[in-house]
Design a protein around this ligand. Structure first.
Ligand code: SAH
Length: 213
C-alpha cells in the first residue's frame, strides 16, 4: 500500500507544518493513499491539505483535521470504533490502521457502496460499512470503545452517548452548519460525561433519515 513518493512527501509536509506530530497517526496516514478515495475532477488535488467535494454533495475532510480527530480519539489496537459519516471512506481507512474493528455508517448508500469497493481494493478487511442513520448509532454492535462523528450535530446525539463504553471517547463537531462549530471530545467515566473543546472546525451537517442516492 504505497503511493507516489512525491505526493506522500507533500501531504506529510503539509501535516507537519500544521502541527501534527503524533507518530502513530502520521504513520497511518502515510500508509493510506488519499488519492484512492477521490475520483474525477479533484483527484489531482488529493495530496493537498484541503477538504474536497465527493458525490452526494458531501466532502472528504481536510487531512490535518482527519489527523487531529484521529489523535483526539487516543486509539489502542484492541478498540472497536464507530464512525458516523463514511463519506469517501478515507477517515475510516486511517482508523483501520490503529484499531481492531471499524464500523462506519453513512445515510447515502452510494457513498457506502463506493467506500466498500475502495476498502476491498486496499485490502482493509477490518472495516464494515452500512447504510444507516448514524444519529441512532449501531445498537447491534454497541457498545463502542471510540465513536467519531464526521458531520456536525447541534448536540452530541443521545443514542451515541449511550453506546459509548465507560472509559470510552467520542469526538464530534458540535454547532449549526452555518456558524462556527467546535470539535468536542467527550470522555465517559464512571461518574458521567466529561467534555473538552478541541478547536473550531467546519463540517457538513448531520442530517436525519436516509439520503436519496
Ligand atoms: N469521514 C468522511 C467525511 C464525511 S462528510 C471522509 O473521510 O471522507 C460527512 C458525511 O456524513 C457525509 O457523507 C454525510 O452523508 C454523512 N451524514 C450526515 N448525516 C448523517 C447521518 N445522520 N447518518 C449517517 N451519515 C450521515
Amino acid at each position: 500500500m504505497t503511493f507516489d513518493a512525491d505526493a506522500k512527501m507533500q501531504l506529510l509536509f503539509a501535516l507537519r507544518s500544521k502541527g501534527v506530530t503524533n507518530k502513530t497517526v502520521l504513520e497511518a496516514m502515510e500508509k493510506i493513499d488519499r488519492g484512492a478515495f477521490i475520483q474525477g475532477y479533484f483527484s489531482d488535488r488529493a495530496y493537498e491539505d484541503t477538504p474536497l467535494p465527493i458525490p452526494c454533495g458531501q466532502t472528504i475532510s481536510q487531512p490535518s483535521v482527519v489527523a487531529l480527530m484521529t489523535e483526539a480519539l487516543d486509539l489502542s489496537p484492541r478498540d472497536k470504533v464507530l464512525e458516523v459519516g463514511t463519506g469517501s471512506g478515507y477517515q475510516a481507512a486511517v482508523l483501520s490502521q490503529l484499531a481492531r474493528r471499524i464500523y462506519t455508517v453513512d445515510r447515502f448508500s452510494r457513498l457506502v457502496r463506493d467506500a466498500r469497493a475502495v476498502f476491498e481494493r486496499l485490502g482493509l478487511s477490518n472495516i464494515t460499512a452500512f447504510t444507516a442513520d448514524g444519529s441512532f448509532g449501531l445498537p447491534d454492535q454497541a457498545p463502542f470503545d471510540r465513536i467519531l462523528v464526521t458531520a456536525a450535530a447541534e448536540d452530541p446525539p443521545g443514542p451515541l452517548l449511550a453506546q459509548l463504553k465507560i472509559g470510552g471517547i467520542m469526538v464530534v463537531p458540535v454547532g449549526q452548519s452555518d456558524t462556527v462549530q467546535h470539535l468536542i471530545r467527550v470522555t465517559r467515566r464512571e461518574d458521567g460525561f466529561h467534555y473538552d473543546d478541541l478547536r473550531a472546525v467546519r463540517f457538513v451537517p448531520l442530517v436525519e433519515g436516509l439520503g436519496k442516492d
